[in-house]
Design a protein around this ligand. Structure first.
Ligand code: NAD
Length: 358
């Protein structure tokens, strides 16, 4: 049976980069079906809400979701905020689909090794940050204001179950990589971190082949800059992951190159996931053919790896991307003298051609 992929192009450059990602996925020759649906601002315009029931139903009946990006100035002032593309669309979709693990790889692409803003980053880096996505201080209750609005508070909550399921997924990913996992917390101060550490230690006992250590989040922020090559898989809670994954990913280069996955429960070999570039809808360059489609294309590679258990096709896509870059092709965001400036669709064509001929 072919895998079914729900395609949500979204807004701004979303449709441009997703078009190229689908082009590349087709060029792999994989047995997949695609079905497209309105999402985000485009769905507000076309169907009156950012996540129409038909779009949600399509995602729920698919094996994976490939998404562009949502949002833009046209919808920024919609009230209440829960009706905007980012909150009523993307955050709600992640919640409805039970996506609790955010995976952000940061891998040096050899032709762009000098693009790292840090000298220390200009070595080969291949690392993944696993961020818990639905718990912790961003979601805990109660939260609010008291004392006439002069005191604000949030509550950080983690349950054993929430920690167990993300830890298992992180160890599974580490098993398929270099078998090294660093669990990041603030156990010297926070009770949630002490529970986190306790549960991660218990899960680690099931993965004796993985070398696991704990690191405090402040130290991790420093180590990522000092020696980013020391990490393989970083496992951490929601807020720490939010910050560390941005830090960790920028060490390798441009926003237009960074893929991501949000994963749900594993079902045997396959995991349901939503795959999207880290970047947003970039309204400043939308419609100009200037968007870099590589983050979306590399997100599609992650879909093969995690949802279809097909690391070989993922690796083929990554090699085709590297080959296009090796041949000097660059979109505007990564252009430099001596390279050849190409449009969004020319970059997609170049990757698809290299895949087909590989
Ligand atoms: P952005 O990521 O859209 O853009 C930041 C800068 O990076 C811009 O200068 C843009 O031109 C550039 N850029 C981004 N992606 C690029 C690509 N593929 N190729 C070349 N250049 C690229 O962030 P922003 O400007 O803060 O947000 C714009 C809109 O996107 C907002 O409405 C925001 O809410 C939304 N957003 C959505 C998501 C998502 O859907 N997951 C994520 C972030 C932001």
């Amino acid at each position: 049976m072919p895998y079914k992929v729900a395609v949500l192009p979204g807004d701004g450059i979303g449709p441009e980069v997703i078009h190229e990602a689908v082009k590349v996925v087709r060029a792999t020759g994989a047995n997949l079906t695609f079905e497209e649906a309105l999402f985000g601002g485009a769905a507000i315009d076309g169907a009156g809400e950012p996540l129409p029931a038909s779009t949600l139903a399509l995602c729920q009946s698919s094996h994976a979701v490939l998404m562009g990006a949502v949002g833009g100035p046209k919808w920024d002032n919609i009230t209440p905020p829960e009706h905007r593309p980012e909150i009523g669309g993307l955050l709600r979709l992640r919640k409805e689909l039970g996506l609790f693990a955010n995976v952000r790889p940061a891998k040096t692409l050899t032709p762009l090794i000098h693009a790292s803003p840090l000298t220390e980053g200009r070595s080969m880096i291949d690392r993944v940050v696993m961020r818990e996505l639905t718990g912790g201080i961003y979601f805990g209750q109660p939260r609010g204001r008291r004392d006439d609005g002069n005191t604000a508070f949030e509550t950080s909550v983690y349950t054993r179950h929430e920690i167990e399921r993300i830890a298992r997924q992180a160890f599974d990913i580490a098993m398929a990589r270099r078998r090294n996992l660093v669990s990041v917390d603030k156990a010297n101060v926070l009770e949630t971190s002490r529970l986190w550490r306790e549960v991660v230690n218990e899960i680690a006992a099931d993965y004796p082949q993985v070398s696991m250590s704990h690191m405090l989040v402040d130290n991790c922020a420093m180590q990522l800059v000092r020696d980013p090559s020391q990490f393989d898989v970083i496992l951490t809670e929601n807020m720490f992951g939010d910050i560390l994954s941005d830090e960790a990913s920028m060490i390798t280069g441009s926003l237009g190159l960074l893929p991501s996955a949000s994963l749900g429960e594993s079902k045997g070999e396959s995991v349901f996931g939503l795959y999207e570039p880290v970047h947003g809808s970039a309204p400043d360059i939308a419609g100009q053919g200037r968007a870099n489609p590589l983050a979306a294309i590399l997100s599609a590679a992650m879909m093969f790896q995690y949802s279809f258990g097909d690391g070989a096709t993922a690796a083929r896509i990554e090699s085709a991307v590297e080959s296009a870059l090796n041949d000097g092709l660059r979109t505007a965001d990564i252009f430099e003298s001596g390279t050849r400036l190409v449009s969004t669709s020319e970059m997609g064509d170049a990757v698809a051609e290299r895949l087909a001929s590989a």
